[in-house]
Design a protein around this ligand. Structure first.
Ligand code: FAD
Length: 350
């Protein structure tokens, strides 16, 4: 099994710098994910999926991220959307999309940050009004990865009474507009845009869940560990880069980073121990602590990699500077303010 995932990592790593520079949509990366059966991982067996349990899913995400953070960003947004549909209350939608998702025939994404970690100050960024069994969306999804390429966006909005509604919105829906890809510090090939809705109306066949107080509460138990798995993948790429550069650097520098290699192994072990706990539904995995430890780890490894690579590593096209820019994404990706504060407390204190 290990070799199959290593092959996946290598195939993705081969184009990571190229896509970082070209910013082109990575068609061949999606083909590699398809060739390795990744689209089946989170889909129930009833629809032809592999229904991977938590540890196997984490192993897979780590392998994708170690090769390409762009690939894992596209994949995790797709997988999060598929998970919300598969765990939703709309059986007909599940039955219609399940087989297509397992076959890799559709690309999905999520536009839910307006309910979680973005635009939480001020009124709801996305509003919904109900007219009979139809739902009309007005507002914005501030961040949607793969927006211009996806067939469908799982999104959510707030009704006037504060309840929420979750729906599967085809990107062909009248009134939905995908903005131009945002110019970013890294990961631009993943084509993240702001998506706006102006009287974008969906019939009941597209409603996944709600209206109710918290529509995102139904996610798979592994969800809180997904970003940390991507982070451990990136940390693995940084450790490889450091080990590649180490023979060319002096003993003092090599000794300085040794503690980071120990820390990498221990944070990785904690992630897998937490994933293992999830087989017991009553267990509460320390997802927040692990996220903070992963954030701290990728930041320190990024600093070490750029230091080891020196000015040459600062040239565009060089892995060290790309990996360092990608490491900063973990400070803002799907992270609540309390974990941001804990990350800064830890980083600034030591
Ligand atoms: C590259 C990228 C891809 C992403 N892809 C997706 C995706 O596919 N799907 C998805 O759902 N999400 C996605 N996200 C969203 C992500 O998970 C976070 O929700 C997002 O990074 C939060 O940042 P924000 O600037 O929108 O936060 P906000 O909190 O909206 O902050 C916006 C600005 O307001 C300021 N601010 C914050 N709080 C206050 C306040 N109380 N008063 C005044 N000003 C304030 C902040 O300093 C900031 O400058 C993506 C984000 C990025 C960067």
């Amino acid at each position: 099994m290990a070799s199959v995932l290593e092959k996946l990592t290598q195939e993705l790593a081969g184009s990571a710098d190229r896509y970082d520079r070209s910013r082109e949509w990575p068609e061949d990366v999606l083909r590699v994910l398809g060739a390795h059966g990744c689209w089946r991982w989170g889909i129930p067996r009833a629809y032809g999926g592999d229904e991977h349990e938590s540890v196997r899913l984490i192993e897979g995400l780590e392998a994708i991220a170690r090769g390409s953070l762009t690939a894992v960003l596209i994949f995790t947004q797709h997988d999060a959307a598929a998970d919300l549909i598969m765990r939703g209350e709309n059986g007909a939608l599940r039955d219609r999309l399940g087989p297509k998702l397992a076959a890799g025939e559709m690309l999905l994404t999520v536009g839910i940050s307006q309910l979680t970690t973005s635009r939480q100050h001020g009124g709801p960024a996305m509003k919904v009004s109900l007219n009979g069994r139809a739902a009309t969306f007005d507002g914005i999804m501030p961040w949607v990865t793969s927006a211009g390429r996806a067939d469908l966006i799982v999104t959510a909005g707030v009704l006037d009474d504060g309840r929420q509604l979750l729906a599967a919105m085809p990107t062909t829906t009248p009134g939905l507009a995908v903005g131009p890809p945002l110019e970013l510090a890294a990961l631009e090939a993943a084509s993240t845009s702001t998506v706006s809705c102006e009287h974008a109306t969906l019939d009941a066949a597209h409603v996944i869940r709600g209206p109710l107080e918290k529509v995102l509460s139904l996610r798979a138990p592994v969800r809180p560990l997904v970003v940390s798995s991507a982070g451990i993948g990136l940390a693995g790429a940084l450790v490889s880069e450091l080990k590649k550069l180490a023979p060319r650097r002096g003993a003092e520098l090599r000794a300085a980073v040794e503690p980071l290699f120990v820390r990498y192994e221990s944070v990785r072990e904690r992630l897998y121990a937490a994933a293992d706990m999830l087989s017991d539904p009553s267990a509460e995995a320390p997802a927040g602590e692990i996220r903070v430890a992963v954030n701290d780890l990728v930041l320190r490894l990024a600093i070490a990699a750029v230091t080891f690579a020196k000015g040459t590593g600062y040239l565009t096209g060089q892995p060290a500077q790309r990996l360092a820019r990608e490491a900063f994404f973990f400070l803002v990706w799907s992270i609540p303010e309390n974990l941001q504060a804990e990350t800064l407390r830890r980083f600034c204190a030591s």
